[in-house]
Design a protein around this ligand. Structure first.
Ligand code: GTP
Ligand code: MG
Length: 431
């Protein structure tokens, strides 16, 4: 983390409707963590109770004047609004603030963090594309120089707002061309990903996606299970690029586990779309592990946000194991007990673990194995010589294939899924 002296000073702003203060507080607390993750210190927070944002400046004119004085007095480097801002709102707010301070919104801040954390070329392409589509139309201030060049090389440039040219008079045609080029390149990368996914599908090894709210402990869990060595941090969006690792259970079953980017409330639709191809890695799995930070007082609303986003990604209805994590530091034991009884009544699969200490992990492994293997059958087959071609299908689609060629025919032991099981049923000699 940077020294305080080099951290940018941010003023956070939010409006909340009557009776909506609590919800707004949660969102603001999260914005503070986002700002911290992006390398800013929060100098002040300005809030206003109003049913609707002011069309032009979100905050009313009195509050904007207050914000202006505050930003100047505190020598703020940046103003961040919790709600989404339109390009013209950014311009109006920047005009209304006397000092020359950039104004950004929550999505732009998240994109800045993403730009910092993307490591793979696909991640970088996705961030740059999202920034060009979201941030560049919002570059409406007057005469400010942009410091950054391209999506992911932006360390510490929060509020510098977006990739691309060095001048603010962005050549819109060049932006359009860059967007088209990026889309084309991403298409190619996605095709590759698809080919790899198909190969994994063909391996017959069941896939488990690790999903959940940001900072819930998804990467820690994958590390604990497989020693994957993924970066774990007490910051938001530590993981942006998906990682897949093979995990072999104590009983010898193979499972592919994929860790990916976390979810957060108020994630705008276009950001979800921008990261769809990496999110899909977790979503295209046979089973989901939904990791919940049970020590966070907001875990219920975080789980609701996660479920909603999964639905939006088309992953609702998959067999899901709810993993209540961080039980070692969970203060609200009553809530956990309540959860447990709720889950057992509704038939939901839940486990309570600490990915950090390893408590509860054996039970998790047992459960996830039985869920992942639910439609798998370990079978022994006898294939008469005249049906020898079947071995080709088995090599391609079955898992753990052991083939023995004898004089009377072929003996085979393997694991097959329901679909393949139906195809090779007549050869089964033992199950
Ligand atoms: N006490 C405790 N801390 C944990 C546990 N699991 C994870 N953590 C901590 O929680 C923080 C976030 O962990 P990560 O594994 O990076 O969480 P993540 O869900 O991958 O987060 P993102 O990639 O940012 O979405 C780190 O500081 C971890 O050390 C746990 O079981 N107990
Ligand atoms: Mg992570």
């Amino acid at each position: 983390m940077e020294e305080n002296a080099t951290r940018k000073k941010a003023v956070l702003c939010a409006i909340y409707p009557q009776n909506g203060e609590a919800e707004s507080d949660v969102s603001l607390a999260e914005l503070e963590r986002l700002a911290d993750t992006a390398g800013c210190s929060v100098a002040a927070i300005v809030t206003q109770c109003r049913e609707k944002p002011d069309v032009k400046t979100v905050l009313g004119s009195g509050k904007i004047a207050e914000l202006s004085v505050l930003a100047e007095t505190l020598e703020a480097d940046l103003v961040v609004f919790d709600c989404e801002l339109t390009p013209s709102q950014i311009k109006s707010i920047e005009d209304a603030i006397s000092s020359d301070i950039p104004v950004i919104d929550r999505s732009m801040l998240i994109l800045d963090i993403f730009a910092d954390h993307a490591r793979t070329s696909e991640g970088r392409l996705q961030v740059e594309l999202a920034q060009l589509k979201y941030t560049s139309p919002r570059l409406v201030g007057k005469g400010k120089e942009l410091s950054r060049q391209g999506g992911a090389s932006s360390s510490g440039s929060v509020g510098a707002r977006g990739p691309g040219e060095t001048k603010l008079e962005i050549d819109r045609r060049r932006v359009r061309e860059r967007i088209a080029a990026l889309e084309e390149e991403l298409d190619r990368v996605e095709q590759n990903r698809l080919v790899m996914r198909r190969q994994r599908d063909r391996s017959g090894i069941p896939k488990v996606g690790i999903v959940g709210y940001t900072n819930a402990g998804k990467s820690t869990l994958l590390n604990t299970l497989t020693g994957a060595g993924i970066l774990v941090e007490n910051r938001l969006f530590a993981t942006l690029d998906p990682t897949t690792r093979q995990f072999v259970t104590p009983s010898g079953a193979k499972i592919l586990l994929t860790d990916t980017v976390g979810f957060i409330r108020n994630l705008p639709h276009h950001l979800i779309k921008a990261f769809k191809s990496t999110l899909d890695e977790a979503v295209y799995s046979d089973v989901l592990m939904l990791v919940i930070d049970a020590s966070d007082p907001e875990f219920i609303s975080q789980t609701a946000v996660t479920s909603d986003l999964l639905e939006e990604l088309g992953a609702a209805g998959k067999p899901t194991l709810y993993v209540f994590n961080k039980c070692d530091i969970c203060a609200d034991r009553d809530a956990l007990v309540q959860m447990k009884s709720l889950a057992s009544r509704s038939g939901t699969e839940v486990v309570f673990v600490s990915a950090k200490t390893g408590a509860g992990i054996p039970a998790l492994v047992e459960k996830i194995e039985s869920m992942a293997m639910a439609d798998r059958h370990r079978v022994a087959l006898f294939i008469p010589p005249e049906d020898g071609a079947v071995t080709g299908i088995l090599y391609k689609e079955a898992d753990d294939v052991e083939m023995e060629y004898r004089e009377d025919g072929i003996y085979c032991r393997c694991i097959v899924d329901d679909k393949l099981y139906a195809k090779i049923k007549k050869y089964i000699v033992e199950e």
